[in-house]
Design a protein around this ligand. Structure first.
Ligand code: UT7
Length: 329
């Protein structure tokens, strides 16, 4: 019998401080930085973001999201034998955030590691967990995207600091004799590493280089639209699923104009795109599982439906995972 993996639960977590554009404009004005609700909404579609306080780390948000996914699936932490956390804002240099989540959940003995593929991290982690389950290396995996991007934002750079937020999303994947994950494809092109990066490191107790995010927004925008279309088509072809049978597209949530352009290029009804960038802003590796959990819990994404998850971002890295949803919740 062929072994597959399927999603049996989803969960998410957001820090309590919800900062509207108006409030952000006020906070930035105090630092002498000028921006406006109109500019942010018109250029990005973002209306608010959630920001973590200094005591909240990625592992805290990840653990909360993981608990929600376990509860939705009716499983215990002890049932899990693989934890993958996708993050570019880990708690520490090491140990991995996944090991911290494992400890917080009271789970031990299975594999736990982080994936660093920036805004594509969650689809990279999903594809990895699916492969490990299909080959028998794991049976039940928590796949989590968790970020506190607010920590690496330069709050004097209005071109980037208005774009990001903090949060986490999780899915519980379980071995199954029916799919589940239908197809996955991952790609990267390191020649573009310079257009989106946080080029700092720790050495001798000091940060060398810059610990702040820098981005060439227009270069990222153009590349994102073209690769999201390409990889979406590639995964649908691999699963032999006609686009008419796709129920939902959940791409990385960076900019509503990227989401609209991707739907247009793929020939997909824009009403089939789950949009959460207005509520969460760009939460990097957390954006796709946060959007998936929201759409599952509000009843849009239902059992039996086909959902295409797409990630794109720094590296430059991108990828897509096509899933048929099973009965969650
Ligand atoms: O998660 C990884 C994926 N990330 C992305 O996908 C981001 C992709 N890029 C984008 O979403 C867009 O390029 C941005 C939203 C970042 C920028 O939008 P844009 O339409 O490309 O604007 P721009 O960078 O060309 O800037 C246009 C103008 C500039 O003023 P001038 O030079 O035309 O006078 C900027 O200085 O907008 C100005 N500007 C702002 N004005 C008010 C830039 N940021 C702001 C701001 N408030 N926050």
């Amino acid at each position: 019998m062929t072994r597959y993996s399927k999603i049996i639960g989803t969960g998410s977590a957001l820090p309590p401080d919800c900062v509207s554009n108006a409030e952000l404009v006020r906070r930035l004005a105090e630092r002498g930085i000028e921006t406006s609700d109109e500019w942010i909404v018109e250029r990005t579609g973002i209306r608010q973001r959630y920001l973590a306080d200094p005591n909240t780390a990625s592992s805290h948000l990840a653990t909360q999201a993981a608990r929600a996914a376990l509860e939705a699936a009716g499983r215990q932490a002890a049932d899990v034998d693989l934890i993958i956390v996708a993050t570019s804002t880990p708690d520490y240099v090491f140990p991995s955030t996944a090991c911290l989540v494992q400890k917080a959940l009271g789970n031990a003995g299975g594999a736990a590691f982080d994936v660093q593929a920036v805004c594509s991290g969650f689809v990279y982690a999903m594809a990895t967990a699916d492969a490990m389950i299909r080959t028998g290396m794991a049976s039940r995996a928590l796949v989590i995207g968790a970020e506190v991007f607010s920590r690496i934002l330069d709050w004097t750079d209005r071109g980037t600091c208005v774009l990001f937020g903090d949060g986490a999303g999780a899915v519980l994947l379980e071995a199954s004799d029916e799919p589940g994950v239908l197809a996955s494809r991952l790609h990267a092109d390191g020649r573009y590493e310079g257009i989106l990066r946080t080029p700092g490191h720790v050495c001798g107790g000091a940060v060398i280089g810059s610990p702040m995010l820098t981005m060439d927004g227009q270069a990222v925008f153009k590349l994102a639209v073209s690769v999201l279309d390409e990889v979406g088509r590639e995964v649908l072809a691999a699963a032999q699923l006609p686009i008419e049978q796709l129920d939902w597209l959940i791409p990385h949530q960076a900019n509503v104009r990227i989401l609209q352009a991707t739907a247009r290029r793929m020939g997909l009804d824009p009403a089939k795109v789950v949009v959460t960038v207005d509520q969460h802003a760009n939460t990097s590796a957390a954006s796709v599982p946060l959007a998936l959990d929201l759409a599952v819990r509000d009843g849009r994404v239902r059992p039996g439906q086909h959902v295409l998850l797409e990630g794109v971002g720094g590296g430059f890295a991108w990828g897509a995972v096509l899933v048929r949803m099973s009965g969650v919740h």
